[in-house]
Each structure stands twice: as C-alpha cells, then as structure tokens.
Design a protein around this ligand. Structure first.
Ligand code: ADP
Length: 295
C-alpha cells in the first residue's frame, strides 16, 4: 500500500463557484436582486485535493484542466496555497464554473458550466511513478476517468473512486477500483434501494465499498466484512464539501499507511469539522485541528 509519507494524485475537476444570496430562487423569467457576489474555489476534484493536502502525512498532486482566465488564477492559488503540486492542462475553454443562488430558506439552485473540465483527456495523465493512490470523481468525462483508473491498475497504483455526481458507472471502470465511496443517493443510482446496506455494497463487487450516511456516519464493506464508523457529533451549519473532505482525507490517510478503520475515523472527523464552517475549500480543516478534535 505504499510507505508512510506516500503520494496521492487527484485527477479531476475544478470549478470557480459564483455564489449569491437572494431572498428566493428566481422563477423562470424572473430577476431577483441578491447580495454581494462571492467567487470561491470549488469543484469536487480540487476540494478533494485540498483535503488530501491538509490531511498531511502524504504528498498530494492534482491533474486539472483550467482555462486561461481569472477563475483559473483563483483555483491555482487555493490549490498551491494548500500545498497541492499542480499538473495543469491549459484549455481554450473557460475554467469550470458553478453559478449558485442561495435563498433565505437555505435552498440553492446551481448551474454548472464544465468548461475546461470537459477537456481532460486520457493522454493527459502524468507519470504514475511514485504515486500510491489515484483519486478520481465523475465531474470529468467518464471515458477519461475510466482510462486513468485502468492505467493506474496496470501500474500497480491503488484507485479510489468517488462516484459523484451520481451516475451509472461502466463495468470496466468498477473493475479497476480498489476503494469506492458513494453517498446514499449515489449508491441508489448504482445498485437501487432494495436489500440491506451490506447486500447493496456487495453488489458493487469492489474490494472496499464505502457509503457515507451524513450525520449517521459511514459504513464500509471490506472483503465481505462490515466496518461501521459513527459520525462525530457537531453542530453542522454548512455541509458543502463534507463528502469531498471525507474522500480526500481518506486517500491521504491510506497513502500514509493508516489502516482502514483509522483512515475512516480521520476522514469522518475532518468531514464533521468541515460541516461546522462555511464554504467548500475554506471549510476543510488541517491535520492538527483534526487531531485535536479527535483527542
Ligand atoms: P455528501 O456530502 O457527499 O452528501 P455525506 O452527507 O454522507 O456526503 O457526508 C460525508 C461524511 O461527512 C459523513 O460520512 C460524515 O462522516 C460527515 N458528515 C456529514 N454530515 C455530518 C453531520 N451533520 N455531522 C457530523 N458529520 C457529518
């Protein structure tokens, strides 16, 4: 599994989140006046890379496609500021963006423009030499994700796949996955809702299948054995990026040599802390905070 101080490569998406608060979400044809615009770094891949880097004990790099624009600068600054080494594919398209309206009732409406993320291609994968874990999600083209997972499997690199956003996954991708992470909705899309959690995780037929259950914690099926990790008790105020914090922290913990139970505990603690703070990357805690929280 790689020696302590291992390496994680995250390959995936980065988006600039354009967030505005308004009294209500506009109906079709309606214009509403909102508050000040916040432009913040997000995207599942970038969030997970920041989480892996802040988790510590492993070095983290990210393969990411960005445009040649101001949004790219915001994302690069956030990633490098967290200590993520970057492999950037420079795209002629705009950097990925999410247009987010948040209402007074805490509902949101989100439009994602994938932009540069759609340009990430199989040929862009950097050398996997020295990499222990490849971390993937589904906000970049599925053919690319599949090609990366297969290349990692051939190179003896472990693959963690976060099946988010929810969608069906080709069998050849699942066949190259060592650890799969899904939330409840994503698991339902993959294997339906009939049967026990253990039966549904078993249907995925991967060595380790994990379902995250929000405030109820998470459940892993490892070679036929169930491992339960309760959530840490917090007052959650913003669950944005809880799943991403969980995934990135888990990848770093496994890369630095933690056993699965310890890695699940660290991932859950980091994710719980992230729910107590606003935003995506800004909410992800550093290892020292997580250790203090768990002590
Ligand atoms: P996603 O954000 O992908 O929907 P979940 O909501 O399942 O994923 O959250 C991922 C993990 O974050 C959970 O397994 C848990 O460890 C932690 N978490 C989420 N919500 C809470 C909460 N309210 N209190 C404590 N931990 C939480």
């Amino acid at each position: 599994m790689g020696e302590p101080g291992g390496r994680v490569l995250v390959a995936g998406s980065a988006n600039a989140d354009f967030v505005v608060h308004a009294a209500h979400i506009p109906a079709p044809g309606e214009t509403v006046l909102g508050g000040d615009l916040a432009i913040v770094p997000g995207g599942k891949g970038a969030n997970q890379a920041v989480a892996a880097a802040r988790a510590g004990g492993a070095s983290t790099a990210m393969l990411v496609a960005l445009g040649d624009d101001a949004a790219a600068g915001i994302l690069e600054a956030s990633l490098t500021g967290a200590g993520v080494a970057l492999h950037i594919v420079r795209s002629a398209r705009a950097t990925g963006a999410a247009l987010i309206t948040v209402s007074d009732a805490a509902e949101n409406a989100i439009t994602v423009a994938p932009g540069a993320n759609a340009d990430l291609a199989p040929g862009h994968l950097p050398t996997l030499s020295g990499v222990d874990w490849l971390m993937l999600q589904l906000e970049t083209p599925i053919e690319t994700v599949t090609a990366y997972a297969r290349a990692a499997r051939r190179a003896g690199v472990k693959v963690m796949l976060n099946v988010a956003p929810a969608q069906a996954v080709p069998a050849e991708l699942l066949a190259a996955v060592d650890v799969l992470v899904a939330n409840e909705e994503e698991l339902a899309v993959l294997v339906g809702q009939a049967g026990s959690l253990a039966d549904r995780l078993a249907k995925l037929d991967v060595p380790t299948a994990i379902v995250t259950l929000g405030a109820r914690g998470c459940c892993a099926l490892v070679d036929g054995r169930i491992v339960l990790q309760p959530a840490f008790r917090v007052t959650a105020t913003d669950t944005t990026a809880a799943g991403d914090t969980f995934c990135g922290t888990l990848a770093a913990a496994l890369a630095r040599g933690d056993a699965l139970a310890a890695a699940l505990a660290a991932a859950s603690a980091a994710a719980a802390l992230a729910t107590t703070r606003p935003g995506a990357q800004s909410s992800i805690p550093a290892r020292a905070e997580v250790k203090a929280f768990m002590a």
